[in-house]
Ligand binder design. Structure first.
Ligand code: HH2
Length: 267
């Protein structure tokens, strides 16, 4: 999944693709580089980011979705507002990427009506407050429990369970240790039985571990993505599509030859 941020303030590429033409050209590049899905967003969720109104958010993303959908990729819309999701689905998006996992009470109904895909992501708190000392008992158990509960809510509202993908929300209300723990035990999220989406690309914890600035975290991002794949991830949300596609192409045949995880070995 390639990231198309139509925002002035995203943490790694804010302002580069705010202009619709630039965002469309970037989306085309990501497709050529091998992305299967383009995730188009008009509101940054970086820690401390300012909220954007629905009208402004829709105005940023709709021309981009309208231009890219006919080119052929599956488009996901990165929004937590039901109103924006509905407009994006009408414009050609097929998946809603909701980082608040149904924080908007109308979101499940919009997705049920459209019959679209739905990504439910875990976040502790809101982007404004989430990095203020996040604490958990056991982070993986808590995140898995939250995702299972929100999936239940979506299904109860009429979203087909096979259309739901789950995401542990790397960097959303998590310390470096929490992020590493979630990646190490991703299998426990995959065991919930839905496809797992992982978004580590260029994030702060990679900068903390490597000492690298945001534009120079590709090596760290690739490491986390390959390990996420080995841990059962189905979708990798990334900025650097070409390098990630190469990494996945090499990692996949190796993973296919390796022993299945112990849990899958029968008696
Ligand atoms: N991360 C970001 C945004 N949306 N969606 C999912 N499902 N998973 C993620 O990990 C995720 C996400 C943050 O990254 P980015 O879009 O690059 O930055 P910003 O939120 O500042 O626009």
């Amino acid at each position: 999944m390639g990231i198309v941020n139509v925002t002035p303030d995203s943490f790694s590429d804010g302002g580069r693709y705010l202009d619709a033409e630039a965002a469309i050209a970037h989306g085309r590049e990501l497709l050529e580089a091998g992305a299967d899905v383009l995730d188009v967003g008009g509101e940054s969720t970086r820690p401390g980011a300012a909220a954007v109104g629905a009208e402004e958010e829709a105005a940023r993303i709709l021309p981009v979705i309208e231009a890219l959908a006919p080119v052929g990729p599956r488009i996901s819309v990165d929004t937590s507002k039901a109103e924006v999701a509905a407009a994006a689905l009408a414009a050609g998006a097929e998946i809603v990427n909701d980082v608040t996992a149904l924080g908007d009470p109308d979101m499940a109904a919009v997705c049920a009506d459209a019959g679209c895909g739905l990504i439910l992501m875990h976040m502790k708190g809101t982007p404004r407050t989430m990095q203020e000392d996040p604490t958990y008992g056991d982070v993986v158990t808590e995140v898995a429990g939250f995702l299972a509960e929100r999936r239940g809510r979506a299904v109860a509202a009429g979203v087909a369970s096979e259309r739901i993908w789950l995401d542990p929300g790397i960097g959303f209300g998590k310390t470096v240790e929490h992020n590493l723990e979630l990646l190490a035990r991703l299998g426990e999220i995959a065991a919930l039985g839905s496809p797992v989406v992982v978004g580590t690309s260029r994030k702060n914890f990679i900068g903390v571990v490597t000492g690298r600035e945001v534009g120079d975290r590709i090596g760290g991002s690739i490491a986390t993505n390959v390990l996420a794949l080995a841990g059962g991830a189905s979708v990798l949300r990334v900025h650097d599509v070409a390098a990630t596609v190469d990494a996945v192409r090499v990692a996949e045949p190796i993973l296919r030859r390796s022993e299945p995880p112990a849990a899958e070995v029968g008696p």
